[in-house]
Ligand binder design. Structure first.
Ligand code: HEC
Ligand code: HEC
Ligand code: HEC
Ligand code: HEC
Ligand code: HEC
Length: 747
């Protein structure tokens, strides 16, 4: 019925009628569609520039040919593994009417002209086809602690520069009904590598590690009460869907691993303004629910004579299309909107605004060396370790050209100075000037990751990142580049505050600093650098640190228990990996560097438990322990017990394990670990390996001393066997198993 109405009525009458129908029948599929949202266009007016941005972001040139660079179409998501990512039931609804299911989406409604029944059937067949591309990962519903952590991360790492925070904000890139589309596992996988699924880079990669991605996914899917079941594809429908996908030109925007069909449509420069996709009329073309403003911008841009764009215009176009200007300002363009400003935070107030607001991009081409500039744009990252917002990764292909244009346009006149010769020992002089008794740069900047007080940008990589000429200009007058910077000018009115050094010559002094810093990490340490270790202390509550641990890799979970016993759990292999007593960890390697470091264990020498799977099915008790897990093990996270100790949950195979490790005191008052493993439906022959070591000595029926440092106690039967390479202590799995781990102090 809707189809008949659509054909015979004008759009405005139609939308009024839809409104009425909505009111009377509350039929959700008839809601008026919201125009597509382009994040970077939020504050731009209706003009040719906005029109060019729209033409590119809405991928007009995916179908209509053009030679104009400015209209280069945004690539749509890569669908070659969409079945692993999204639930087919949701895709069916979305394909049938994209902007009703996800208001503000940039995907047009390609099936709008089909009669309703045919449209639904087409969408269904295509959804079955897409569901057949991939296999959904095993998933669990979100855990409440993960939701809490994810909420904090989502609101601090930069997501809300483009998306809405908890309170909806105008101009936000919509997320749609995520809980109908993803599982925690599939959304987490997407967030860890968004460029694989969406190669356009419009949704950039925020460098989330797998824990952070799990947490944010849990937060975004907090409405899910139970784990979602993805639609199972029907082979016959999927086959039909595959040809419909081509027939409706979905492959003009989407890669599926198939060759796209050839298009023979009117070229962009020759389009009739009020017709086809630009009209509000239904027809055999994609339907975009444009606002009037968007429609007139598009007409203006398409009607414009082809011309060469100036580099600054091209820069503006890219910064707007990629929405860099949600976080950065360049000249008059962009900058952080007032309503999003509170979400830009930092960990060090004394850095002022430079500790929380991403750096400006005005003149950045004169500041950064070409190589570093390209690196930052393609891979993100940076040197501002105290800032919570991250510079995301946009991908080399999506930022191609930008670095070149910036280098071309941004220039500074050369600042003359006299170079310090070797005879004047620039290294030594520079080192003195940086130190506490000189200009004390180390008070505000890190030096090889360490700082005296305030962790500003790293000094030893400056000459690698910065143009030498810019460095001289900047040091001479920092406020000229960053008006409210806390860094003082050390050469007020062109005079040195250190007249005894190098004759008080400002240029020579700055050159000495540059030459000294050019030694990079080899540079000798300036005086006054405080080696301030970052000891993580455990007080009345357990402390959980999810980072890299020695011998575990990135997915380590360290837990310091009150009283001074600690463990590290390996979430990749799902095993208790390390036990130690005394101090917990020193973490400067984790937070000061770029996250590549590991935690340093404090306290007594740690006890290492065996690598490899902790659970395995042994057909015969004498079979060797496997080196790798048989099935697809999956870690499900942890929840906290009443005393905030983690209870790990994981599925080493087709069965799941709950692993609770708590601290207890023996009769002598000494702390030990009590571990309870609960296994839901353990398969026949399942064994648990408690220890593997060259030395395991029985001390009683149910006590064993492992490597002279640890005593393991468990209820019988326990199985001690010799593997040739050493000993192994095994337990046949039971629905509930209890073990104790006691530390043996060196006597
Ligand atoms: C998925 C492919 C596709 C995309 C993407 C697309 N169009 Fe079209 N467009 C068509 C088809 C099909 C027609 C109908 C052509 C015909 O009837 O010959 C059409 C027709 C038109 C016409 C009328 C052509 C004429 O001169 O009669 C205009 C104007 C138009 N499109 C503009 C746009 C704009 C602007 C965009 C981007 C916002 C766009 N199109 C995106 C497929 C597409
Ligand atoms: C620079 C702006 C920007 C930032 C920063 C950003 N996103 Fe996005 N995000 C987008 C855009 C634009 C899209 C839609 C991309 C497209 O059209 O393919 C998107 C898409 C998504 C989607 C997919 C929605 C769907 O329908 O499947 C999710 C989920 C998402 N973003 C979450 C996040 C999270 C979480 C963060 C922070 C870690 C984040 N985004 C950071 C711009 C951004
Ligand atoms: C003009 C380009 C264009 C055309 C034509 C197009 N799409 Fe899309 N599609 C997009 C864009 C852009 C997005 C991302 C939109 C968003 O996240 O809001 C998208 C998203 C999707 C998604 C979700 C992808 C994901 O990774 O989450 C599916 C599925 C999809 N489209 C299927 C289709 C099908 C089926 C057709 C044909 C009936 C089609 N598209 C036609 C541009 C297009
Ligand atoms: C979510 C916010 C966000 C978005 C979006 C974003 N950036 Fe950044 N950008 C940052 C942060 C934060 C830094 C500082 C990183 C650091 O040094 O640790 C940064 C640093 C930079 C730098 C280095 C500047 C300097 O002086 O060291 C450049 C260049 C840059 N961004 C360009 C871009 C471009 C181009 C885009 C779009 C393609 C973009 N950024 C998008 C947050 C963002
Ligand atoms: C009172 C604190 C303070 C002192 C002292 C200080 N700086 Fe800075 N410096 C800063 C801050 C804050 C920034 C801005 C960081 C940003 O843009 O994010 C900065 C920026 C810089 C930059 C630009 C870095 C970049 O990548 O954007 C250079 C170069 C620099 N300082 C060199 C020095 C040198 C050399 C000294 C000693 C002669 C020094 N600073 C002393 C606080 C200080």
């Amino acid at each position: 019925m809707t189809q008949e109405i659509t054909k015979s009525l004008t759009p405005s009458f139609l939308s009024a009628l839809r409104g009425l129908l909505l009111f009377a029948l509350a039929v959700p599929t008839l809601a008026a569609a919201e125009p597509p949202v382009i994040g970077g266009l939020h504050h731009a007016g209706a003009d040719r520039f906005a029109g060019a941005v729209l033409a590119g972001e809405l991928a007009c040139a995916a179908c209509h040919s053009t030679t104009r660079e400015a209209f280069a179409p945004k690539a749509g998501p890569n669908l070659s593994a969409i079945g692993s990512r999204a639930n087919g039931d949701h895709l069916r609804a979305y394909i049938a009417s994209p902007s009703t299911v996800k208001p503000g989406t940039t995907m047009p409604d390609v099936l709008a002209h089909l009669p309703e029944v045919e449209r639904e059937e087409t969408a269904k067949a295509i959804a079955h086809y897409l569901a057949s591309l991939g296999t959904p990962p095993v998933s669990a519903p979100p855990a409440s602690e993960a939701v809490e952590r994810g909420e904090k991360l989502y609101h601090s790492v930069g997501c809300v520069a483009c998306h809405s925070p908890e309170k909806p904000l105008d101009g936000s890139v919509p997320l749609g009904p995520l809980e109908a589309k993803y599982s925690v596992a599939s959304l987490s996988a997407f967030l860890q590598d968004p460029l694989a699924a969406r190669p356009s880079g419009r949704m950039p990669d925020s460098h989330l590690d797998s824990f952070e991605a799990d947490d944010i996914a849990s937060y975004l899917l907090r409405a899910q009460q139970v784990a979602v079941e993805f639609m199972k594809p029907d082979a016959a429908l999927a086959e039909r869907g595959k040809s419909l996908f081509k027939q409706h030109r979905c492959d003009a925007c989407h890669e599926t691993g198939e060759k796209p069909a050839a298009l023979n449509l009117p070229p962009l420069d020759k389009l009739r303004g009020g017709e086809g996709c630009l009209s509000a009329k239904p027809g055999a073309w994609p339907h975009y629910p444009f606002s009037e403003e968007q429609r007139s911008s598009l007409k203006a841009a398409l009607g414009e004579q082809d011309r060469a764009w100036e580099p600054e215009e091209k820069i503006g176009l890219t910064l707007t299309r990629m929405n860099c200007i949600a976080c950065h300002q360049r000249g008059e363009l962009g900058g952080i909107a007032a309503d999003r400003n509170p979400y830009f935070t930092g960990r060090h107030e004394s850095l002022g605004e430079q500790g929380r607001i991403p750096p400006g991009l005005t003149g950045v081409g004169a500041k950064l060396k070409a190589e570093w500039l390209r690196e930052v744009l393609a891979n993100g990252g940076g040197v501002r370790t105290a800032m919570n917002t991250r510079m995301p990764k946009f991908g080399a292909a999506n930022t191609q050209g930008l670095a070149e244009w910036l280098k071309q346009i941004d220039t500074l006149p050369p600042m003359p100075f006299e170079r310090v010769t070797k005879a004047d020992k620039p290294d030594q002089v520079g080192r003195e000037m940086l130190g506490a008794k000189g200009l004390n740069c180390i008070a505000c900047h890190t030096f090889r990751g360490r700082s005296a007080a305030i962790p500003g940008p790293e000094l030893t990589t400056m000459t690698e990142r910065l143009e030498e000429n810019w460095f001289h200009h900047f040091l001479a007058q920092p406020q000229r580049f960053v008006p409210l910077i806390v860094m003082p000018g050390f050469w007020p009115d062109g005079k040195s505050t250190q007249p005894d050094i190098l004759g008080g010559d400002p240029g020579r002094q700055r050159d000495a600093i540059w030459q000294y810093l050019s030694r990079g990490p080899e540079a000798g340490e300036p005086a006054g650098l405080v080696l301030e270790p970052l000891v993580i202390e455990v007080k009345d509550e357990p402390v959980i640190v999810r980072r890299a641990f020695p011998g575990i890799g990135k997915r380590g979970i360290g837990v310091g228990y009150p009283g001074g016993i600690n463990l590290a759990f390996d979430a990749t292999q799902m095993r208790l990996a390390t036990l130690w007593s005394g101090g917990f960890i020193e973490a400067s390697g984790l937070w000061r560097g770029q996250g590549s470091g590991q935690a340093r264990l404090l306290g007594e020498a740690p006890v290492q438990l065996p690598p490899g799977p902790a659970f395995a099915v042994l057909a015969a008790p004498a079979d060797p322990w496997p080196a790798a897990a048989a099935g697809k093990p999956s870690f499900k996270g942890y929840h906290l017990d009443a005393r905030r100790r983690p209870v790990f949950r994981y599925a080493p195979g087709d069965y799941s394990v709950e692993d609770a490790i708590v601290e207890k005191r023996d009769e002598a008052g000494k702390l030990y670990f009590e571990r309870t493993l609960r296994i839901a439906s353990p398969p026949a022959g399942l064994h648990f390996r408690a220890a593997a070591d060259p030395s395991i000595e029985p001390r009683g029926a149910n006590e064993f001393v492992v490597g002279k440092k640890l005593l393991i106690r468990a209820a019988p039967p326990l199985l001690l066997r010799d593997t040739g390479a050493g000993k192994e202590l095994l337990l046949p799995a039971a629905p509930e198993m209890k073990l104790e781990y006691h530390f043996i102090n060196p006597s």
